[in-house]
Design a protein around this ligand. Sequence first.
Ligand code: IPM
Ligand code: MG
Length: 370
Amino acid sequence: MTKYKIAVIPGDGIGPEVTASACEVLQAVGRKSGHAFSFTEVMAGGIAIDTCGEPLPKDTLRTARESDAVLLGAVGGPNWDNLPGDARPEAALLGLRKGLGLFANLRLAVLFPELKEASPLRPDLVKDGVDILIVRELTGGIYFGKRGREKKREKLDDGTPKGVEAFDVECYCEAEIERILRVGFNSAMQRRKRLTVVDKANILETSRLWRQVTEKVKTEYPEVDVDFMYVDNASMQLLRRPKDFDVIVTSNMFGDILSDEAGMITGSIGMLPSASLGTPGTPGMYEPVHGSAPDIAGQGIANPLATILSAAMMLRYSLGLPREGAKIEEAVENVLAKGFRTADIVEKKGDAFLGTKEITEKVISEYEKL
Ligand code: IPM
Ligand code: MG
């Protein structure tokens, strides 16, 4: 029997409800597989601002570091929208990513066959399914580059004084590019062996370096079919021919944007899990792609499936229990196949749906049958 230490960060909005569901599922995994999970709950985001005066208390980061994996619900909400940048709930996310060295963010955009109707794309565009893995670089680039403001004395060409100028610097070194590319290539090897490197190499020097490093790394993965695509074109092709994408690897900002677009293609953002990983042996962080949904918080109707599927990724990537992870995924598919839905994924308004607790029980009972 192995004992796994999980740090749980419920966060804000529906975060506490969906993480509670995922923990129940992990407990069921413990009962069935003979392993033990211990959960330590810690604070981050808006609730930490209200309780401790800062979005990411030191204790949270320490507990996270000392665990085998971190399960996060969501952070943020309208109560904290007017705070300055580094005092906002979102700062907790960036702090956790940097503090745990989580440089690789894996975001799945999968169209579940039972939820095909939910896609906003024309049926003929998604009839063959959508299964895209976005590998987003998570601790570098413009989100972590130098930023600031300067009062400028100069004028624009037309003579207008410039006033204050703000800047955010995009910066990537070869080592950062190489390690994220490797995550992309390794993921592609376990999937359909197609890798698209998305960049803006017609303009950006950082993108040119990404291409150069890709040329070097790809020689080690002769089976992977690699192509490069400019980000503006990629955002269009994702809508035109989503089924042609397998793994996309890209920078922090482009990955942020494209993962929302890819998520929307599935029409079921409440279903999408993610994993943020650092170097092997360090704790990964697992969270649903959806946000804190403050409008439905506390009503018991949030969809916990994305968080449950994030726990499945945790079993696979951080806890060395890939078979149990696959069973959780199968259990979720079986629940959908039996027609059970939460409010956000019903086919049409007025259809019956289950609450957070009820659908969690369905997943557990399907899992126990496998
Ligand atoms: C995400 C979010 C975050 C990001 C924000 C909330 C800081 O948009 O996880 O995609 O930009 O990374
Ligand atoms: Mg985002």
